[in-house]
Structure formats: structure tokens, C-alpha cells
Design a protein around this ligand. Structure first.
Ligand SMILES: CC(C)(COP(=O)(O)OP(=O)(O)OC[C@H]1O[C@@H](n2cnc3c(N)ncnc32)[C@H](O)[C@@H]1OP(=O)(O)O)[C@@H](O)C(=O)NCCC(=O)NCCS
Length: 297
């Protein structure tokens, strides 16, 4: 690796992050570029990182985009959710914000280049992907794709925290105030999504989706909790603000999702999930549901 940059010690578990041979990339058409990147959320995590800018509509960038497809298709292929090319173009490249981390191709293991069908002619090779699009609701963005090369590598060859930091970088860079998203019950990604701000469950069952057993969430992005992804500390602010209910959603029980969805639709919420609990319990275990504390509880 060519060099390393000083970084916040909390990121030491993600040792790759200090290397100058891995940088964030921003794959956004110029009209959609962010006016004042990284000014809303205060963190020093990305201060030494130099984003690589690429225009997804520029033909010269096709090899980079093809490698993103390979990564996405291989990460999601077994989940029946590989992104169609038209969806990436119409729903990501045209309206939205695509970002992730890229590695200096000459320094990456050949195995990664082979997996992505990538040529050493290109200076940078994508290693992760995150897509967000703004909604008509001011300040709210929808996240609908997160994947990392880690899902294609054995544990000892992984870049710890790459998925988590890809989303963190994009939320920081694009000044995202509120982030919504969708994830399948039982997915490991819930352990990432629950750390960017307290996670409100706005839907527990989505028969409109390819996978009905999908949870829809939103959060007010709050950098103050991001360290907990790495240090696994209890979120005291969460426990002070929310109380445990007797409700659970069982990732293996469609009827428990439908029952919860009915409570949401009856305006009995808002309902929340605890990042610490999601981390401590098995992904297939029932998830306990929280609500905002009332004055006298
Ligand atoms: C889900 C995904 C984005 C996570 O990215 P990643 O780079 O592998 O994960 P990170 O290194 O950032 O985070 C590691 C943490 O995630 C959780 N995690 C990741 N994979 C896991 C697995 N298979 N089982 C349980 N937890 C897992 C753990 O909490 C782990 O932290 P820990 O080791 O300290 O407990 C990645 O695995 C992926 O691309 N999966 C396929 C596509 C997908 O399902 N995307 C999510 C769509 S919502």
C-alpha cells in the first residue's frame, strides 16, 4: 500500500480505512452533485479521505460501472434482488446519489479483480456500493442498495466495516437529514442500518415488495451513535428515550409481521428497534419493539 493517513482511533478495527489505496467514490452525474458536502453532520472520520468523482453517464466510466454491477449481482443474486440495468440507470444514476469505497486496482488481491471481472488498466476498482435517492418529502432520502465485497470474501480476507462505512460516508457527504430504507427481516444488514440514528419501524410487512417479509424503516441521521457500531457500547440515550413494549416481531413468522403492520396502520406507534438488541440477539430471533416513553413511564 502506498501510504496511510491518520484516522480517528475508533476506526482502528477497520484497519484498511487508513490506507490511501482505498478511497470513497462518488458516482453522481454533475447536475446532482452535492453543493456543500459533509457540512450537516459533524465527524472527523472522513477528513483525510479524498473522494474519487466519476460521472455515471460518461462512457469512459463504463468499466467501473460494470464492476459495480458484478459486485451488486453477486451480492444480491442469491436473494432474487439483483438490480436490473434499467433500474440502476433510471432509478439511481439519473435521479440519485451512488457512493462507496474503491481500491487502487494495482494493490488489490487478484481474487477480487477476478471476482469482479476487472482489468488492471483501470486505476480504481469499486469495493462497495450504496444508493440513495431524495424523496418529495423535504430532507428525506430513501436508501435502497447497500453491498460490500466482504459478502464475497472469506472472513479473514474481509475489510471490516466497509458496508457500514459506505453508508456512513454517503449520509455524511450528502448531508442526509432523514434516511428511510427497506430490509428483509433476519438480514445481517439490520446490524448496520440500526446504527445511523434511532430506527423507527414504519412498516413491518410489505407484500408490495418482491419479499413481503421486508421491514421499512426511517431514522433521523445522528452521528453521535455511529461509534457504537465499532465499540458495541450500550446506547444510553436510546434507553432514556424509549420503553420496551410487550410486542415482538419474529423474523420467522409472517403473522407476527402482519399483526405489527396492523398496529402501525392503527396509529398505535411510532415503534422503534434497538441497535444494541439487534446486535446481541440472533438475526432469526424475535425482535423486541420499543416506544417513546410518556411523561409518567
Ligand atoms: C450486508 C452487507 C452490506 C454488510 O456489509 P459488510 O461490509 O459485510 O459488513 P461490515 O463489515 O460493515 O459490518 C460487519 C458487521 O455486520 C454484521 N454482519 C455482517 N455480516 C454478517 C453475517 N453474515 N451474520 C451476522 N452478522 C453479520 C455484524 O454485526 C458485523 O459486525 P461484528 O463482526 O462486529 O459483529 C454485506 O454483507 C453485503 O453486501 N451483503 C449482501 C447484500 C445485502 O444483503 N445487502 C443488504 C441489503 S438491505
Amino acid at each position: 500500500m502506498t501510504g496511510t493517513s491518520e484516522m480517528n482511533p475508533i476506526l482502528s478495527k477497520a484497519s484498511w480505512f487508513a490506507s490511501d489505496d482505498i478511497q470513497p467514490y462518488v458516482f453522481v452525474r454533475p447536475e446532482n452533485s452535492i453543493a456543500y458536502p459533509g457540512t450537516r453532520h459533524v465527524t472527523d472520520w472522513f477528513k483525510n479521505k479524498k473522494p474519487i468523482y466519476k460521472n455515471p453517464l460518461d462512457l469512459k466510466e463504463l468499466p467501473f460501472a460494470e464492476a459495480i454491477y458484478q459486485l451488486e449481482w453477486k451480492a444480491f443474486g442469491d436473494k432474487d434482488m439483483a438490480i436490473p440495468r434499467w433500474a440502476f440507470y433510471d432509478c439511481a444514476a439519473m435521479p440519485g446519489f451512488i457512493a462507496g469505497f474503491a481500491g487502487r486496482t494495482s494493490k488489490l488481491p487478484k481474487k477480487i479483480l477476478d471476482t469482479l471481472g476487472y482489468s488492471t488498466d483501470q486505476e480504481w476498482c469499486p469495493l462497495s456500493l450504496f444508493i440513495i435517492i431524495p424523496t418529495m418529502h423535504k430532507g428525506e432520502w430513501v436508501a435502497y442498495d447497500l453491498c460490500a465485497i466482504n459478502s464475497l470474501l472469506p472472513r479473514e480476507e474481509q475489510f471490516y466495516g466497509m458496508g457500514f462505512l459506505s453508508k456512513a460516508f454517503a449520509l455524511w457527504y450528502a448531508n442526509v437529514e432523514q434516511c428511510s430504507g427497506m430490509t428483509q427481516w433476519g438480514s445481517p444488514s439490520l446490524r448496520l442500518h440500526s446504527n445511523y440514528g434511532h430506527l423507527e419501524m414504519i412498516g413491518s410487512y410489505a407484500p408490495l415488495h418482491t419479499h413481503a417479509m421486508t421491514m421499512t424503516y426511517r431514522c433521523q441521521v445522528d452521528v453521535n451513535g455511529w461509534e457504537k457500531f465499532f465499540n458495541k457500547e450500550e446506547d444510553i440515550a436510546f434507553l432514556e428515550k424509549y420503553r420496551l413494549t410487550s410486542y415482538v416481531v419474529d423474523p420467522q413468522s409472517e403473522s407476527s409481521m402482519i399483526a405489527m403492520q396492523n398496529r402501525i396502520q392503527n396509529n398505535e406507534g411510532p415503534f422503534y428497534l434497538s441497535a444494541s438488541e439487534i446486535y446481541k440477539t440472533k438475526l432469526t430471533d424475535p425482535q423486541r419493539i420499543y416506544q417513546i416513553k410518556r411523561e409518567n413511564t
